[in-house]
Design a protein around this ligand. Sequence first.
Ligand code: PEP
Length: 253
Amino acid sequence: MRVPILAANWKMHKTIGEAVAFAQAFALLVVDVAHAEMVIAPPFPALAAVAGALRGTRVALAAQNVHPEKQGAFTGEVSPPMLVDVGCGYAIVGHSERRHLFGESSAFVAKKAAALLAHGVRPIVCVGETLDEREASRTFAVLEDQLTGSLAAVSPEKAAEVVIAYEPVWAIGTGRTATPAIAQEAHAMIRGWLQKRFGATGDAIRIQYGGSVKPDNVAELMAQPDIDGALVGGASLEAASFAAIVRYQENAK
Ligand code: PEP
């Protein structure tokens, strides 16, 4: 009942030319894909060009960040209406790099998620524990805290439009993927929290796993009952690699 969603987070990679070349090559590689939603999140300067390259395909466009206000004196920021204007259907918020490198709080993430929903853009809300927090057996407490804070302004009516990305910080960009069992354990906890917070809608919310997802480990992760997709960094930078991730079913054992 939950349509799988595979998303590429390019972070601070690719010029406009490189991004368009990827989009054109990738669109051809996945032209027959109907089992999943596909999303690409280029850096801001490439959004308009990638939107053009993806027109007429089933691949959606995402931003990597947003500011909650509609407009104003916020130098360097980009607003939800600007994302709508350029063709974004999704935006990533609360990525661990924004939380840890740029000091973003769950309260700020909550404002971004609410602003996106108000403008019809679907937020991909990232949560995840650090290695220290996991080793101190605080994983569930951290996830609960981040979910409570980051989804504070989401109404049950809009909740189905939200995507959660569970990204253990110790697995991001490290080559160290959570085992399917470890990921499923966290996803099941998140599912329970969503059901408590949003009732039956909690069953409809997609929960992506993120953290060193690659073509050779995605199928076993996707086989878990509460893993509904992946948010992919490094392995999404090559069209063939991200296409192989999208086609995880063909590699399933
Ligand atoms: C990410 O950027 O969200 C991510 C999971 O990165 P990587 O796949 O490189 O670990």
